[in-house]
Design a protein around this ligand. Structure first.
Ligand code: SUG
Length: 420
């Protein structure tokens, strides 16, 4: 256990909700649109997520979680003047378990980076997609509970809806040590391409101002429009940062060399681990989610990359990873994990977690994973999560009751009935 007051990175993973399904709701997310209409496996999905959390905890890392949001969200259909007989896409939006991807829950600026020495969180408005735009009110309630200690945390309202904000998926932090002041890098997209640019520059700038970041230590970069067009609907599909390291595809940013230079200007210690297009094409990187990895600093100070198991099955990607580990670079180890149910909706290991650098003692302990809670969560998943959901079942009142009851069982098991 860390010393009192010590800040550590806590990964808060979203527990996959009992209504997890494949509805193809996210234009520009190629995995999700290509799996539209598949039968989903909510229980397996949630157990895969739990196994990932447990594996990271076994590495000696702090692990938290967020519970699924209430679904189906009848209020959304009411707002649209619709009901369970609504057209398929509207109905599916109300059933979406998309809050599992907590990298989109909020943007988080740890205490050492902010003007008042507290950790600031801004829930993402997720306005670009209907099914995601319904998340923030319930997400905010959960964040308010988990980070209620106002001596250490500040929770903002989401930025106004005209500026799309997708949270930490478009935000990176570079630092010598988690509890040192960091450099915060915000990555935005410009609209005009064939797919939506989901992170608006003005949303990123608003978050940076709200979090009272030092302007001299804040960098704004434009995503490469070609990456968005190739399916990188969030920047964390083509790059991830941890410590001094930026692990990125060479075509992630609109001006790649300019991006490195802008970061280096304020953070000379930057170490770039770049994957060339000739080694792993943008398409292959997006298909395998090589960069949607958790880049973790282990207790011994070395770094590990938790990648989806799809990476090990790609000749180009696995060869690249083998070369990386054999070399002298900062990433010493690669750990594949099976999160296939989430991957089929475009959510890899990094999408499933929100990083919060904080002293675990300042977080509501109900949201921190330990052996007993992992056991209880596993039991509820085994007992109550539907094994499968076929597309035709979305909207079925019997399944709706089952999904609601399953979530309540989880809240009861975690002493979180207040979120019911
Ligand atoms: O917003 N998929 C999510 C995946 C989010 C991944 N997160 C990060 N990259 N951080 C999305 O596109 C698909 C749901 C459906 O189509 O049923 C979905 O919402």
């Amino acid at each position: 256990m860390s010393a009192p007051g010590a800040l550590v990175e806590i990964n808060f993973d979203g527990i996959v909700g009992p209504s997890h399904n494949y509805a193809g709701l996210s234009l520009g997310n190629l995995a999700a649109t290509s799996h539209a209409g598949d039968v989903s496996y909510p229980r397996a999905a949630a157990l895969q997520g739990l196994a990932k959390m447990e594996a990271n905890r076994a590495l000696g890392l702090a692990q938290g979680f967020f519970v699924p949001l209430p679904r189906p969200n009848d209020a959304l259909l009411v707002q649209l003047g619709a009901d369970e007989r609504a057209e398929r896409a509207l109905r599916a939006a109300a059933w979406s378990a998309s809050a599992m991807w907590t990298a989109n829950a909020a943007t988080v600026s740890p205490a050492p980076d902010t003007g008042d020495g507290r950790c600031h969180l801004t829930p993402a408005n997720l306005v670009t997609m209907l099914h995601r735009g319904q998340e923030w009110p319930d997400t905010t309630r959960q964040l308010a509970l988990a980070f209620a200690d106002e001596r250490h945390f500040v929770l903002h309202a989401p930025v106004p809806p005209s500026f799309g904000d997708e949270g930490a998926a478009n935000h990176m932090r570079l630092t010598e040590a988690h509890d040192d002041p960091g450099i915060e890098v915000f990555v935005f997209g410009r609209s005009g391409g064939r797919f939506p640019a989901r992170q608006h520059e003005q949303a990123s700038r608003a978050v940076a101002r709200l979090h009272r970041l030092d302007r001299a230590r804040t960098v704004f970069l434009e995503q490469n429009p070609e990456a968005i067009a190739a399916g990188a609907f969030h920047n964390d599909v083509v790059g991830v940062a941890n410590g001094r390291v930026l692990f990125t595809h060479e075509r992630a940013f609109a001006d790649q060399q300019g991006a490195y230079a802008a970061i280096r200007a304020v953070f000379p210690a930057l170490e770039v681990v770049e994957v060339a297009d000739s080694e792993v094409s943008l398409a292959e990187a997006i298909r395998t989610y090589l960069f949607n990895a958790q880049l973790l600093t282990l207790p011994d100070g070395t770094m590990a990359l938790v990648v989806p198991s799809e990476c090990a099955e790609s000749a180009a990607v696995s060869a690249w990873l083998d070369r990386m580990v054999a070399g002298n670079g900062p990433i010493a180890r690669v750990i594949p994990v099976d999160v296939r149910q989430s991957m089929a909706n475009g959510g890899g290991p990094a999408c499933l977690r929100l990083r919060v650098v904080a002293d675990p003692r300042t977080v509501d302990p109900r949201f921190l994973l330990d052996d007993a809670k992992a056991q209880r969560i596993g039991n509820v998943l085994d007992e109550h999560w539907p094994e499968t959901i076929a597309p035709g079942e979305i909207g079925d009142p019997h399944l709706a009751r089952r999904v609601r009851a399953a979530r309540l069982s989880l809240l009861n098991a975690l002493d979180l009935e207040t979120l019911a």
